[in-house]
Design a protein around this ligand. Sequence first.
Ligand code: AMP
Length: 305
Amino acid sequence: MNKIVIVGTVAFDAIETPFGKTDKILGGAASYIGLSAANCSADAAIVSVVGGDFPQSDIAILESRGLNTEGLEVVEDGKTFFWSGKYHNDMNSRDTLITELNVLENFNPVVPDQYKEAQILMLGNLHPVVQMSVVNQVQNPELIILDTMNFWMDCALSELLQVITKVNVITINDEEARQLSGEYSLVVAAQKIMEMGPEFVVIKKGEHGALLFHKDEIFSAPALPLAEVFDPTGAGDTFAGGFAGYLAKTGDFSYENMKAAIIYGSVLASFCVEKFGTERMIQVTKKDINQRLEQFKNLTQFTIN
Ligand code: AMP
């Protein structure tokens, strides 16, 4: 079984959508990525940090889905990373209200010994210096995937550019691709980002799907049209987790197989948005996933006579 190391935030999120509001609930990039990748029969470990205020029951949720949490440090006298966001009525855009780094400010990640030879390294959203430290601890990964966001481009761009030189795949949303490259066209943006290091660029476009770029090739996948989107928080991370998990499961890192990984990520993201926070991801079954994969096939197949 391929091993996958996932680094990213494990957080408290407070979310407001037109459908309602939550208090501090389990969130964070690594939580979403992990819960998603866990559906792919990969051996996945989370490397992150939380404070003494983080409930054991939330750690138990991650473990119950088969995630290894040995690399999840608990700083007893610290506070967990906290993020709060409010969605606009169209659910496509949101305002970040609060980002409190808390225990993340002094975090030195430690990859558990048994994962130092992992095949896949998934660098989720977190300080690029922490991402780089994890890159340096995993001995010989076959594939490094990086996800990031505007927050780190604004406050740690040079460190982020360093990490980008080390990775094979970057997953990023459309606005962030534009910010990182300084280009409005996503095609030109992807070309510029490939020049920074990664051979593959995945641009996430929310409800409009995702694009995969490699050399001069482009693959486009829609998002599954849903009757109701309840809370898009974590959809991008869930997509990245499904993408990485599928690659871990198949062990095939070719452009052709990455197309299937994009579809797998899109299917998992379609579950994430159906309920608040991680709630839906905790319940999703293999049967649910297979049904949606079929729906996806029907959505995109056609015959020309
Ligand atoms: P997404 O909706 O895919 O962008 O992911 C939202 C998740 O990212 C939430 O669970 C937040 O806890 C987490 N998050 C928000 N801001 C940051 C940040 N600056 N660094 C890392 N994770 C973050």
